[in-house]
Design a binder for this molecule. Structure first.
Ligand code: TXA
Ligand code: MG
Length: 321
């Protein structure tokens, strides 16, 4: 790591130790970080996010060796998932260790943990030396940031420092697996690790469970730009929709989807595959707002691998409509 970057990391760790807020890149989206054992810092974090205080927040750690500091017990399935996917876009929900602040767990008996796969994030975690609580670095309900500029646009001066690690490589949030009952793994949020990949390690497909009681904060209407998002199943449905009305309309569709589009339609993105769709999605939704578009028509990718997470986020953005 270059000297300048290392100095930024040292400054960021000092700010966290003093109870401040630091936005930092992860491979999924930018996080808004606070010292996870500092209740006053967490209060400020929730205020800046505009997020209800009973919503739990993910604790980021430097490696799986830190799990016992946060989780009361680490079942073999958690160890297996951590070995396979960490550092990486997977959050494990485990029974919490004694002393984990209620401000982190939302008052629950469980805690969400993850090791991010991003050099600056890992350097910050090592330098700080303890867990960093970090939700996505956007205001509650809005589109998650995948660049430092997105964070600045959302949070401005409410954050003490923004570490700039360039655009996020994955682009959608981590998958969340609840192993607090190891006999019944649950998928609370689809994300960067595909359900098929999780099943290969767990030996069973984790039961999808996105009910409000399980993962508060997973609201139906979330991840929404100001533009109205509408989903169209294929190229034909897309073409029909723009024939009816094209002014102020942007389109996101897989490159493989053929559609004859009028000239006044703004083609926001034609991602080559589900990975590119995930990486670009949030920036494209923000671009729609920057261009003042009234609506975005999106044809989702196939529901395999990370495509499932893209479909989930599009459905939530559309529900806000
Ligand atoms: O990729 C990510 O996970 C990003 C980056 C910054 O790491 N973080 C992120 O955090 O998406 P946030 O706060 O925007 O979403 C965290 C989700 C929420 O829906 C929350 O309810 C759930 O994780 N969660 C956290 N701890 C939990 C717990 N103990 N039980 C159930 N759900 C939990
Ligand atoms: Mg979020």
């Amino acid at each position: 790591m270059p000297d300048a970057a290392h100095q930024d990391v040292e400054r960021a760790a000092a700010i966290l130790r003093a109870g401040g807020l630091v936005a930092f890149p992860t491979e999924t989206v930018y996080g808004l970080g606070a010292a996870a054992r500092d209740p006053a810092a967490l209060t400020r974090l929730y205020a800046v996010k505009g997020r209800p205080s009973d919503h739990p927040v993910i604790v980021h750690v430097a490696s799986a060796a830190d799990l016992p500091a946060w989780a009361a017990d680490v079942p073999p399935a958690a160890t297996a998932l951590a070995e396979r996917f960490w550092p990486g876009p997977l959050t494990l929900v485990l029974r919490r260790a004694p002393g984990v602040p209620n401000a982190v767990t939302g008052g629950r008996e469980t805690v969400g943990l993850r090791v991010p796969d991003q050099p600056l994030a890992l350097a910050l975690l090592r330098e700080f030396g303890d867990g960093i609580a970090a939700p996505s670095a956007n205001r509650f309900g809005a589109v998650s940031p995948t660049t430092a500029a997105h964070v600045r646009a959302s949070l401005g001066d409410d954050v003490d420092l923004i570490l700039d690690g360039g655009p996020c490589a994955v682009g959608v949030e981590s998958s969340i697996v609840d192993l607090s009952d190891p006999a019944a793994p649950r998928l609370l949020r689809s994300g960067g690790v595909g359900a098929d990949e999780l099943a290969a390690v767990l030996g069973t497909v984790p039961e999808p469970d996105t009910g409000p009681a399980r993962a508060p904060g997973m609201l139906a209407a979330h991840y929404a730009p100001r533009a109205r998002v509408e989903i169209r199943g294929d190229g034909e449905a897309l073409a029909r929709a723009v024939r009816e009305h094209s002014a102020g309309t942007g389109v996101i569709a897989p490159a493989s989807v053929a559609a004859d589009l009028p000239d006044d339609v703004v083609v926001l993105g034609r991602p080559a595959d589900a990975e590119a769709y995930a990486r670009d999605l949030y920036a494209l939704l923000r671009e729609a707002d920057d261009r003042g578009l009234a609506r975005v028509l999106a044809v989702p990718p196939d529901p395999a691998g990370i495509g499932l997470a893209v479909r989930d986020r599009l459905a939530r953005a559309a529900a806000a409509g």
